[in-house]
Design a binder for this molecule. Structure first.
Ligand code: LLP
Length: 396
């Protein structure tokens, strides 16, 4: 199928398997069954309309972090009350839009934001706006430092003293209903303890306030990028949380765990360059299509698309075409000998892949394809050079 996709629409192309998306959601629903959580898929991981629709059809809601993501979620058919609006820097326009649409929850991270929501809700004649205050629990998650968010010193959340004060001052915000505490300590979490510690801190805080009936424990469920990666089981996360969260409605915001291993990036080898004792496989996918290796030194396995991949292995570095030394997709990995024109797949690329792609070097963003059963469909056309110009105005 990869050859057929390449022949028909070219590369680089993201390819998602919708069956796997559905299976990932079902797995989280089953593993977390004892907590009966409301799952809000974190659209920041992959906000393609088809992916959002697939997730919605499985009964999940959406976690959005911008007006744009809310817009996308609504376009995909989400009902507004299924949307949670989070984000550390919501603009007044975004808050107004969210209020007008009647979204379900605001996850609030800042006192001034609370005041904005109150003022705008009042202007619009809205009340009973559900708010979850995001607690910064001051715990350090075992993950890459660039994707940890729950430690003191991070820009995220509010410290315990501020959350407590705001809860004590609920009366100042008559249009808002302080119904939840939100914690999210990071992504790709490698241990359960820090999550439990954060949830415990949230519950200790919540206990003093009868208005709070919901704890939103964020996302962060990890995904194996390497076959031999040892990670906690989702079930173990859930079971550890059951005694802590008893008596509360639970919201979960998984992103990566739903879409990462449902997607690959398909690329073509352009050149094989042997130089200074190294072999570089230069492909038509670059850091502009998949930024994670360059940004976090993230590992993505690369597999050749070959009928017989049993040939002698060679140590190679797979790179893109972008004018940056960090434009490396995989360093010193073992692959069978590749030729220009051969295809490769970059694995586990469904999450934080396309959404973080860019037009750097005036490169067009890739196409996206969904496999559904036996058939595949283009769910986003490759960008064109004309589209690159957008609404740019030439004043000269
Ligand atoms: N909820 C909140 C408040 C978040 O900040 C995030 C992710 C999620 C949920 C979803 O987390 P997940 O289940 O996907 O771990 N670009 C980085 C990941 C950034 C995650 C940002 N926040 C990467 O490529 O690894």
């Amino acid at each position: 199928m990869f050859r057929e996709i390449h022949k028909s629409i070219g590369t680089p192309t993201y390819v998602y398997n919708l069956a796997k998306v559905r299976q990932n959601i079902a797995r989280i629903q089953a593993d977390f069954a004892d907590l009966k959580p409301h799952i809000h898929y974190s659209a920041k991981a992959n906000a393609n309309l088809t992916i959002l629709k697939t997730v919605l059809s499985c009964g999940a809601g959406i976690d959005a972090v911008s007006g744009g993501e809310i817009f996308r979620a609504l376009k995909a058919g989400a009902s507004p009350d299924q949307i949670v609006f989070a984000g550390v820097g919501k603009t007044p326009q975004e808050i107004r839009y969210a209020l007008e649409q009647g979204i379900g929850w605001f996850n609030v991270e800042n006192e001034a934001e609370l005041a904005h929501i109150q003022t705008l809700a009042d202007q619009l004649g809205r009340d009973n706006i559900r708010v979850a205050l995001r607690l910064n629990p001051d715990v350090t998650a075992d993950t890459h430092p660039h994707i940890a968010t729950g430690h003191g010193g991070a820009k995220f959340g509010l410290t315990t003293d501020v959350v407590t004060r705001l809860l004590d001052e609920q009366g100042k915000f008559p249009c808002l209903a302080f119904n939840g505490i939100h914690v999210h300590i990071g992504s790709q979490l490698h241990e359960i303890e820090a999550t439990c510690e954060a949830a415990e801190k949230a519950v200790i805080l919540a206990r003093g306030y009868s208005s709070i009936d919901t704890i939103n424990i964020g996302g962060g469920l990890p995904v194996a990028y390497r076959a031999d990666e040892r990670l906690p089981m989702y079930q173990d996360f859930a079971q550890a949380l059951v005694p802590i969260l008893q008596g509360y409605d639970v919201l979960l915001e998984p992103g990566r765990s739903i879409i990462a291993d449902a997607g690959i990036l398909l690329a073509e080898v352009l050149y094989v360059k042997r130089q200074a004792g190294k072999t570089f496989i230069i492909t038509d996918a670059s850091m502009t299509e998949l930024m994670r290796p360059a940004l976090y030194n993230a590992y993505h396995a690369i597999l050749p698309v070959m009928d017989d991949a049993s040939g002698k292995l060679e140590t190679v570095t797979v790179t893109g075409a972008v004018c940056e030394t960090t434009d490396v997709l995989a360093k010193d990995i073992q692959l069978p000998a590749l030729q220009p024109g051969d295809l490769i797949t970059i694995q586990t690329a469904g999450a934080y892949g396309m959404v973080m792609s860019s037009n750097y070097n005036a490169r067009t963003r890739p196409a996206e394809v969904a496999i559904d059963g036996e058939a595949w469909h283009v769910i986003r056309q490759r960008e064109t050079w004309d589209q690159l110009l957008g609404d740019e105005a030439d004043y000269i």
